[in-house]
Design a protein around this ligand. Sequence first.
Ligand SMILES: *Cc1c(COP(=O)(O)O)cnc(C)c1O
Length: 560
Amino acid sequence: MEAAKAISERADQLVQSTDAMLDGSRPTKLVVQTAFVVLVGMRMLAVLRLGPSECIRRAKACFFYYARKYFGHMLGYDKAIADARVGFLKDFVQRQSTMQVGYSELPLEGLQRDAVLQLCREHADLNSDFTKGQYSGSVYHGGMGGYTEFINEAMDMHQWTNPLHGGQFAGVRKMEAETIAMCVKMFNGDENACGAMTSGGTESIVCAIRAYKEYAKMHKGITEPELVVPVTAHAAFDKGCEYFGIKLRHVRIDSKTCKVDMKHMKSLITSNTIALAGSAPQFPHGIIDPISEIAALGLKYDIPVHVDACLGGFVIAFMEKAGIAIDEKNWDFRNAGVTSISCDNHKYGFAPKGSSVILYQGAHYREHQMFTQPDWPGGIYASPTLAGSRPGNVVAGTWAAMVSFGENGYVESAARLVKTAKFICDELRKIEGVIVMGAPCLTVVAAQSQMFDIFLLGQMLGSRHWEMNMLQFPSALHIAVTNLHALNDMEHARRFVADVRECAAELVAKGCKGTSVATLYGTSQQIPDRQIVGDVARMYFDAYYDSRAQERLAKLEKAQ
Ligand SMILES: *Cc1c(COP(=O)(O)O)cnc(C)c1O
């Protein structure tokens, strides 16, 4: 009682002295000052809540943004970026140099169909010949044995369909539902499991992120969502998190096994974590994360777990039946902790490009992926994925691929692909200076070197038309084995290994140490400084979208 009285008296004194102090102040000034202090205070609180590492990151980004803007010229950044643009343009111009005709605006009178088709053919000739099997990934089947014609025919029949209008296109609707059901079964989902078809792995992952963000908001009141994924998880996770304003926490990997570090993953879980993820396998090194351990964490903390099987879904799902050992057990829907799986039909499912599935353990997750707008003047609108209208012909092509391969077809294909990758892996291990990363058991083999600059090996292989994927942190190369490598008793795989052996021997003899820099999308353009990697990457697309590449190049070269 006494204490309360004392406090009340003290408060009275405080109010009186403050009033005395402010006596004579103009009310408007008071209001404006107060508003100012409150606004600045709120801003500061917002900054403080970011935490020190995020503050430092943003300050750095801000600093470099302005440094580039005002001193970019002095630092040589402007020139490097301009040079990169010229480099990309040169590359594209050279690759289309055999073609004189081009349209940067509509022809006033349309061309005859014959003439148009002739031009289409000429454009097709500009595309690289993938049948020599010299690409890592990219073209997964190759279309031999009439497969291209078969898929084309299936798509042809459904050319103008749009799954957005399920009532009009009941056939495509049925095929889509069945495609999803077949994929659910591949991953041993029960009768509650469900999913959706998307345009590719990126969209599947982005859809899962959206679903978990909404699920967490609805069921746990999470308004500042965080996602915890291995640093080796696909960049689509970064993309989705950036799009939706989600904080992405990257988990370290073990440098020996290339698998995610479970202790670190556990330490990054907070009350704001909306989901965990792992890959089966991850893209860089083709290694399967310890999914069962991630799922156990998910069950323990009641957090959904996404398994990204975009790349290898159509391989890993059939390995057991092919009698091939998988070094991770219990990675699919048989594990109650696995709540969603993404899987690309347009990779080892041999479906046309633009085809992937996102699958959930139950509809209670999928419902949060869907978008509805009941009040739109254009009508009640709802769509399950990012797209509105979609190509029904891709659905038909995907369905046709799955039904024509059948389980046995995919089992055989998985066996062939894994055997080819194992052959490459075993042979690379024998080559001096080449170190295979981790213990890959699927279709991707990554290699680094302690004896020479691995990117130089990439360049030498490039001049022999082998297009590898370049990895970073640490620098490495990988090859994603495709059907084309496996054909004819692994003819192309054998040639690849022989070429690596020759090139590596040359590099070992020369002792080419150090690391040069990575390049972008199979172009020869090198990026000299990490500060401007983003700018150079944007320049790539500036050049990519340039319909007057030749004129632009001439102008830029004249100005230099
Ligand atoms: C290819 C891939 C993706 C993204 O798929 P897109 O079809 O290119 O959008 C996601 N995760 C992994 C592991 C992949 O290999």
